[in-house]
Design a protein around this ligand. Structure first.
Ligand code: SF4
Ligand code: SF4
Length: 345
């Protein structure tokens, strides 16, 4: 394992140096929020944030992706033949991702890479990516990661971990990918005992700052049909405006739709993020819609994350406690309350 310490200026320079071998994504301040952007576009990395507004999921699973392309132009030899659109799977690094969001990639892997279905593009991008986590010194009031298998300094799913020590960063490798990234950097010096101790103290103190907790211990034993017909769905869903904010911001939501878009004689088959909160998400070609009421859609979102996923995969809940849906739901629907209602029903 490599453990190196960098002054903040050295780290900014080191990220530039990394670009010779990696496409580097860093958090960038945009107005009042931070989001991940590619460093090569002149982005200025900023590590002064609690969490990015959007998770990093679009780096592996783009919000809109051309899957295939075709031509209807009969003068072309390959007319009417559908071909895979060339894609970029170059080596990349996500630097500064919070541990909850990194764990989310592990939770959704079950959907994209399992014995029944392997999504070649998601898998290739994940394989090409080195994930450098960033410990949370000051978790948000809405974070509840410690209740759902993560934590402010959790190392699951990380290749390396950065710790903000005030005037410098400690960066330690956790996997061979992380070691290769850190080993490629000329700058930085071997972390000494004082730096390592300081990082350990920060990690301990940070866990104690998590003020939100949710119960999960009884979810596995609940009967699906009983939870499905619980009385509280009417009240929970009443204020929802089906905006989809919760699903688009969520690092563990993975639903998508596939559409053909033709312009003149050329066409693309594109997949786009979709959301179970949208009224037409389940609309059938026949006109029938099995979830045409918002109660059904809100219930689906929570049942999927906190019951169906739990039962099907035996891998805990499909939520990493990042708190984004709590912070940004315009009508204050709070998944922490739903955890309590479902677990205690
Ligand atoms: S963010 Fe809130 S209002 Fe919007 S779809 Fe989600 S639960 Fe409904
Ligand atoms: S359900 Fe909410 S708290 Fe849980 S991972 Fe998704 S956005 Fe974060």
């Amino acid at each position: 394992m490599l453990e190196k310490s960098f002054t903040k200026e050295e780290w900014t320079e080191a990220l530039k140096e990394l670009q010779s071998a990696y496409k580097v994504f860093v958090p960038v301040k945009e107005g009042d929020f931070h989001n991940f952007r590619p460093l090569k576009n002149g982005a200025k990395p900023s590590f002064d944030f609690q969490n990015t507004r959007l998770s990093a999921k679009s780096i592996i699973f783009p919000q809109s992706e051309r899957m295939f392309e075709y031509s209807l132009d009969d003068s072309k030899e390959d007319a009417h033949i559908i071909k895979e659109t060339p894609k970029d799977f170059s080596t990349q690094a996500i630097v500064g991702i919070r541990p909850c969001d990194a764990l989310a990639f592990q939770l959704v892997r079950i959907n994209f890479d399992n014995p029944q279905y392997r999504d070649p593009w998601w898998i290739q991008r994940m394989n090409a990516t080195t994930i450098v986590g960033f410990g949370c010194n000051e978790p948000c009031a809405s974070c509840f990661c410690t209740s759902v298998g993560s934590g402010p300094f959790c190392e699951k799913g990380l290749d390396a971990l950065m710790v903000d020590l005030g005037d410098r960063f400690l960066v330690k490798s956790l996997t061979t990918k992380g070691e290769a990234l850190l080993g490629a950097l000329k700058s930085g010096k071997k972390a000494d005992g004082t730096v390592l101790k300081q990082a350990q103290e920060l990690a301990k103190g940070s866990e104690k700052k998590i003020s939100s907790t949710v119960p999960t211990d009884r979810l596995k034993d609940k009967v699906v049909n009983e939870l499905f017909s619980a009385h509280f769905w009417e009240r929970i869903s009443f204020a929802c405006i089906n905006c989809g904010t919760c699903t688009y911001l969520c690092p563990t939501c993975w639903c998508f739709d596939i559409q053909d878009e033709t312009c003149g004689k050329e066409g693309d088959r594109i997949r786009n993020w979709d959301a179970c909160m949208f009224p037409i998400f389940t609309l059938h070609g026949s006109g029938h819609n099995p979830r045409d009421k918002k109660l059904q859609r809100v219930r689906q979102r929570f049942m999927h994350k906190l019951k169906y996923y739990v039962d099907k995969y035996e891998n805990g809940v499909a939520c990493v406690g990042c708190g984004r849906c709590v912070q940004f739901c315009p009508v204050n629907i709070d998944i922490r309350e739903v955890f309590g209602l479902m677990n205690g029903y």
